[in-house]
Design a protein. Structure first.
Length: 421
């Protein structure tokens, strides 16, 4: 692994650093690791490296305890030290003396990636934080300010905001679907969490179709929600993000401040599904090659999608073994009262029919699958009363892809006008 001004070679037991840093070598074993500097002195550290990323003038490592340590230049905030000094070129700066990057109370890091002058980390609660040079929108903050050179820009950050926006995707997409919306939310000061459902995106993908059930997905996401102790939530849900997300609202209403329902439903199987849905269900089970990127493109009104966007939707599914969840999901939608999830959805509706916190519908005008579904929510959920329900124009089923920024501003306005009690 190399960068413009330094080189890192990662082996099983040795990581060697040369170039602009004074560290000569890091030797790791089962008891920890020792850092040998240019002057021959060494410092013992008590954690091993499990992930490493390099920028033009900095390096970041994720240790086996989930903490992040970065060293090198902080000219743009890329090591997140909250200062402007270079770290790693002086005595007493490395090893245990090198402070972990502040990313929020209790948060640990799953993965790290570095650009020339910025760093992004995936945290254990599925959120992403970026710091360093902010020009050209590379931090996704909605501004071009650098982050990480001041301690005020690190640590809890938006976690202390009044609202956490929970973005839940559907089938066969993944959280990439929200990439246009997340910067708009962050710019408004909100914290954003966008998990990938099991079987999609960067989450695990069991290969047996029998591994996937509606109730199992609700249970998985319930465990995720409670284990991360998420609250003060604004749910934004579309497609299966609603089938699962609205079940979470019904199960944990105290954790949600408001809900935005977009191109989704919560069926109990008491009425015939639409012809459009049944056509999609049949297609999903019979098409020889399940091309995820092209399916998403086909569900958009503003076509064609750029080739790199189609490729991004395909990326989590390198071959058919990874598509078991994507294939089976259409068959899990309850279409009769005999469906295993029919009774659970009926029970969920009984809660939603008493849910008086703010609920906004924001369906699109060009989705044949969920067309008219917004009226059902408006008629049955008390929290929809008096809200400025909207229709996103010239947008298909995947309205986040067609009109992500527009939808995000609708959500921000909704949050602003409905402060939580």
């Amino acid at each position: 692994m190399s960068a413009r001004r330094h080189t890192i070679i990662a082996l099983t037991t040795i990581i060697a650093l040369t170039g602009m840093f004074s560290v000569r070598r890091v030797v790791a074993d089962s008891s920890g690791a020792s850092v040998t500097r240019a002057d021959g002195s060494s410092t013992q550290i008590s954690a091993l490296t499990r992930w490493l990323a390099t920028g033009e003038q900095h390096t970041c490592v994720v240790l086996d305890n989930g903490t992040l340590k970065c060293f090198g230049s902080n000219s743009a905030g890329q090591i997140g030290s909250g200062g402007t000094l270079t770290l790693g070129d002086g005595a007493g700066e490395m090893g245990d003396a090198l402070a972990a990057v502040r990313l929020g109370t209790g948060r640990t890091v799953r993965a790290v990636s570095a650009g020339a002058l910025h760093t992004c980390v995936l945290l254990d609660d599925a959120s992403v934080k970026c710091f360093g040079e902010g020009s050209k929108g590379r931090l996704g903050s909605g501004a071009e300010d650098d982050l990480g050179r001041s301690s005020a820009t690190m640590g809890e950050g938006p976690r202390d905001s009044a609202a956490t926006v929970l973005c839940m995707h559907g089938e066969p997409s993944w959280s990439y679907l929200y990439r246009k919306m997340i910067p708009v939310f962050v710019a408004a000061g909100h914290r954003v969490v966008a998990p990938d459902l099991i079987g999609f995106g960067r989450s695990d993908k069991p290969v047996e179709r029998s591994d996937y059930t509606y109730e199992r997905h609700v249970a998985w996401m319930s465990d995720w929600l409670t284990s991360n102790d998420l609250s003060r939530l604004t749910l934004v849900c579309q497609d299966w993000g609603g089938l699962i997300g609205l079940r979470l609202v019904a199960a944990f209403p105290e954790r949600f401040d408001r809900v935005v329902v977009a191109n989704t439903f919560l069926p109990v199987g008491d009425r015939p599904p639409s012809d459009a849905f049944m056509a999609w269900r049949n297609y999903s089970q019979t098409v020889p090659e399940f091309k995820v990127g092209r399916i998403v493109e086909g569900g958009c009104a503003r076509r064609p999608l750029a080739p790199e966007v189609v490729a991004a939707y395909d990326a989590p599914f390198p071959d058919d073994r990874f598509k078991a969840g994507a294939r089976v999901f259409p068959t899990l939608v309850p279409i009769s009262t005999d469906d295993p999830s029919s009774k659970a959805n009926i029970a969920a509706w009984q809660v939603l029919e008493r849910f008086d916190k703010p609920v906004l519908t924001a369906f699109s005008d060009a989705d044949p699958v969920t067309k008219g579904g917004d009226r059902g929510f408006q008629q049955r959920v008390p929290g929809t009363s008096g809200q400025p329900h909207t229709t996103i124009v010239n947008a298909g089923h995947f309205l986040q892809e067609d009109a992500g920024e527009e939808l995000a501003h609708v959500v921000n306005d909704f949050v602003a006008r409905t402060p939580a009690n």
